[in-house]
Write a protein of this length. Structure first.
Length: 352
């Protein structure tokens, strides 16, 4: 496998639109990196620059100590798995998986061994004589993965590979990709807009917005200690609740809230006395038996958990309770916040 270094990568198209700004990332050998963000944030463009499918406007791409910035894709020793499978419809599964090796004019016995080994890993042994149209979406994606595996590349690139699958199949394929990573100890860069995929697959996540990297860290780091309002709002389902509040006399006031601060929080916010900030609370950190009124308008029962949708003051809020609750519209629950984050209203950065 391989280490990658992405140093100050920029992508500017001919129409002067800049898609990626100053992208920097060091990827360790065997690491699973997930690029996540909303549509148009630059994550797929970044992956395509790594693959050589998009020119790098400026910056440097290094794979295993070798500068490949201007190197054609076929010399980069990477394999890409696409969203739409990109299989040859007139070829069998076996032929699709073997095709790149045949182009290299590898020995037929070697090709057969590699294809059979990949088919065994992916549970495709019984499907090798079928055409892609005879397969389910999940099977087609496994064929696309098998085609990448047989090449034994230094780097695997996945571009939203599960977005065409239904929810149940996505969950199953996520588990297969994790097992594949552990078995191959592969270096993987994986693009998705689905935060569930990012949180469950990644060793580290790169969260992007409007071409800029917002934060790089482990899934827990992005979830527990987001750098800014964007990361806090994008990572986590349901999203974090936000309230505009004023720091005043050791408390937070506003949006129907009066929240007393601990001594540690007072010290943290001492320079914001008399100023407005943004208070962030995850749904699971809204707990019952507090001093804040949550007026219910809907319950969303999810087995062992219940999402209680309501209003705190004028703001919508969601609480995640760890049992089956049966609150009715207009019920008022007294809640408290057992963990809070604070954000500078002007910079949107977290206050640390």
């Amino acid at each position: 496998m391989a280490e990658l270094k992405l140093q100050h990568l920029d992508k500017i198209y001919d129409n002067k639109v800049q898609a990626v700004y100053d992208f920097n990332l060091d990827v360790k050998d065997g690491e699973f990196i997930v690029l996540v963000g909303p549509s148009g944030c630059g994550k797929s463009t970044t992956l395509r620059m790594i693959a050589g499918l998009e020119d790098i406007t400026s910056g440097t791409l290094i794979i295993d100590g070798k500068d490949v910035t201007r190197m054609p894709p076929k010399y980069r020793d990477e394999a890409m798995v696409f969203q739409n499978y990109a299989l040859y419809g007139h070829m069998t599964v076996y032929e699709n998986m073997a095709f790149s090796l045949m182009l290299r004019k590898e020995n037929k016995n070697v090709i057969h061994q590699k294809v059979m080994a990949a088919a065994e890993i992916l549970g495709l042994t019984s499907q090798l004589n079928k055409k892609p149209k005879q397969l389910s979406g999940g099977q087609r994606q496994r064929v696309a993965m098998g085609r990448a595996i047989v090449r034994n590349p230094k780097v695997f690139l996945f571009d939203e590979p599960l977005s065409n699958l239904d929810a149940k199949l996505r969950g199953a394929m996520r588990r297969e990709i994790l097992l594949l990573h552990k078995r191959l100890k592969a270096t993987i860069l994986y693009v998705t807009h689905d935060q569930t995929e990012a949180l469950t697959l990644a060793d580290r996540i790169v969260c992007m917005s409007m071409g800029h990297v917002q934060q790089i860290g482990t899934p827990l780091e992005l979830y527990d200690t987001p750098n800014n309002l964007f990361v806090a709002s994008f990572i986590g389902l349901p999203p974090m609740n936000f309230f505009d509040v004023k720091v005043e006399g050791g408390a937070l006031l506003g949006d129907g809230l009066t929240v007393a601060l601990t001594e540690e929080q007072k010290n943290l916010l001492s320079s914001y006395e008399g100023k407005e900030i943004v208070l962030g609370v995850r749904p699971e950190n809204i707990v019952e038996n507090g001093d804040i009124a949550l007026k219910v308008f809907n319950n969303e029962n999810l087995g062992q958990n219940t999402l209680v949708h309501g209003h705190i003051g004028s703001k919508k809020a969601v609480a995640k309770l760890h049992y089956w609750a049966n609150y009715k519209p207009n019920d008022v629950i007294k809640v408290g916040f057992d963990r809070m984050l604070f954000f500078d209203k002007e910079t949107t950065n977290v206050i640390r």
